[in-house]
Ligand binder design. Structure first.
Ligand code: HSE
Length: 400
C-alpha cells in the first residue's frame, strides 16, 4: 500500500482526491494507492472521509508512511516552505504550482537530487497536456529551437468568446471565473503573468538551465478590443495570447508573452475555448504540437495524479533534473524581429513615409485603418510607431 497526501483541497486538490478515491492503480503500480491525509485550512465536516483532513502540516511531513505528496495549494507561501520540508524529509513531491516552480525550481530540484527523491511538475504547464515529460524524455535528442504556445486557458476562453460571440472582455472573464478556469487573482491570467511563468518553465526545460521569468517581457490581453478581433478576421487571422521562446543560432534565448495575430492556416490559431496548445520545434523532429485542456479540475488533476503514480513506482531518479541559475544568456528583446499589425488614425502619407507601401484595411472603425508591417526589430518598430501613435500587435508567422 502506498500512502500519499494532498496539500490544498481546492479545485485541483479535490480533483486529485477523486481520482485516487475512484480509481484502482494497483495493476499499474503493483500497490494500492491511498490518500492518507489532506491538508487544508478549511473544515470539511460533511466529507465522507472527513477524518483524513488536517490543518497541521506536521501530520504529513512527520508521517513516515507518506512517501508521495501532491502540492496543489497554489501561491508561493507556504507552498515553498512545505515543499522544501517534504523533500528534505525524503518525500517525493509533485505540483501544479507554476509560480513555485518558476521561482524556486532550481533550489527545490537541487534538494530533491540531494535527498534522492523526485520533484515533478507536469501539471504546472498546459494543465492536463503532457508537455514537460515529452521535453525531458521523448525530445531529448533534439535541440529545442522554438516553442510557441497558448498556455493560458482563461485568456484563450476570453478571446474565443470575443471572436465567436462578440462578447465584451469583462463578460467573458466573469464566465471564465464562474467555470473555475481563472486564477484567484485574474490579473495573473489577463496580464500574462501565468503564461510568463509557464513559458519560463518550458524554456528551462528546453535549455536545461533556469530561465528567470523576470527576464521575459510580458503583455496580457487587457488592451485587446473587439475592433482588433474584427481586423484579425479581415486579415484571415485570430488573436491569441502566445508564450514564445526561441534559441538563436548564437546560443541566446529570446522569450516573450504577448497577444499575437496568427493566420488561420497556422494550427495554433484554431485552438479554441479553454484549450491550450504548445508547438515545439526540435532540430531533428521539426514541429510537434501538444494539445488539450490547459485548465480545469479534472484535466489538471489528471497530470498531478500521473506524477503521483509515476513516483509511487519510481521514487528516485538516476539522472535528476538540475537547473543551474545564471547560465542562460538572454537576447535583448529590442533585437528580435517581428512583423506587426498596427491600427492608427494617422493619414496614408504618414503611414507610407514610415512603413512603406503597406496594404491598408478600413471599414472597422471610423477614421482608422489597419495594416501589417514588414518584419523589423522591436527597437526599429518602436521608433517608427512612436511617430504614428498606432496600437500594435505582434504577428506570428509560420517561419517565426
Ligand atoms: N488560470 C490558469 C489558466 C489555470 O487559465 O490557464 C491553469 O494554469
Amino acid at each position: 500500500m502506498a500512502k500519499i497526501a494532498i496539500l490544498g483541497f481546492g479545485t485541483v486538490g479535490s480533483g486529485v482526491f477523486d481520482i485516487f478515491d475512484q480509481s484502482d492503480f494497483q495493476r499499474k503500480t503493483g500497490e494500492v494507492i491511498e490518500v492518507k491525509r489532506v491538508l487544508d485550512i478549511r473544515d470539511f465536516p460533511d466529507h465522507p472521509k472527513k477524518e483524513i483532513f488536517t490543518k497541521d502540516f506536521n501530520d504529513i511531513v512527520n508521517d513516515d508512511e507518506i512517501s508521495v505528496v501532491a502540492e496543489t495549494m497554489g501561491g508561493l507561501h507556504p507552498a515553498y516552505e512545505f515543499t522544501k520540508a517534504l523533500l528534505e524529509a525524503g518525500k517525493c513531491v509533485t505540483t501544479s504550482n507554476k509560480e513555485l516552480v518558476a521561482t524556486y525550481g532550481p533550489e527545490l530540484l537541487r534538494i530533491a537530487a540531494e535527498k534522492n527523491v523526485r520533484y515533478l511538475f507536469e501539471a504546472s504547464v498546459g494543465g492536463g497536456i503532457p508537455v514537460i515529460r515529452p521535453l525531458s524524455a521523448c525530445l531529448q535528442a533534439n535541440k529545442i529551437e522554438k516553442i510557441a504556445g497558448i498556455l493560458n486557458g482563461t485568456t484563450n476562453f476570453i478571446l474565443t468568446q470575443m471572436i465567436e460571440e462578440g462578447s465584451e472582455f469583462e463578460d467573458a472573464l466573469s464566465e471564465a471565473q464562474r467555470r473555475g478556469y481563472a486564477e484567484r487573482n485574474p490579473a495573473a491570467d489577463i496580464e500574462g503573468h501565468d503564461a510568463c511563468r509557464k513559458i519560463a518553465i518550458l524554456s528551462s526545460m528546453a535549455t536545461g538551465d533556469f530561465v528567470d521569468y523576470n527576464d521575459i517581457p510580458t503583455e496580457g490581453i487587457c488592451d485587446i478590443t473587439l475592433n482588433d478581433v474584427k481586423y484579425a478576421e479581415k486579415l484571415g487571422s485570430a488573436i491569441k495570447l502566445i508564450g514564445y521562446a526561441e534559441q538563436t543560432d548564437s546560443g541566446e534565448l529570446y522569450a516573450c508573452v504577448a497577444p499575437m495575430m496568427i493566420k488561420k492556416s497556422i494550427p495554433l490559431s484554431g485552438v479554441r475555448d479553454v484549450f491550450n496548445a504548445v508547438m515545439v520545434t526540435g532540430n531533428y523532429l521539426g514541429d510537434a504540437m501538444f494539445y488539450g485542456r490547459g485548465a480545469g479540475k479534472e484535466a489538471t488533476a489528471s497530470a498531478v495524479s500521473a506524477d503521483v503514480i509515476d513516483m509511487v513506482k519510481t521514487k528516485t531518479s538516476a539522472h535528476p533534473l538540475i537547473w543551474e541559475e545564471g547560465k542562460v544568456k538572454m537576447l535583448n528583446p529590442a533585437e528580435k524581429e517581428w512583423s506587426y499589425f498596427v491600427r492608427t488614425t494617422a493619414d496614408k502619407t504618414k503611414i507610407a513615409e514610415l512603413f512603406g507601401n503597406v496594404e491598408l484595411i478600413s471599414g472597422v472603425a471610423e477614421g482608422e485603418v489597419g495594416f501589417v508591417s514588414e518584419k523589423m526589430s522591436e527597437k526599429e518598430f518602436a521608433e517608427r510607431n512612436a511617430q504614428l501613435g498606432g496600437a500594435a500587435i505582434k504577428v506570428l508567422q509560420a517561419n517565426d
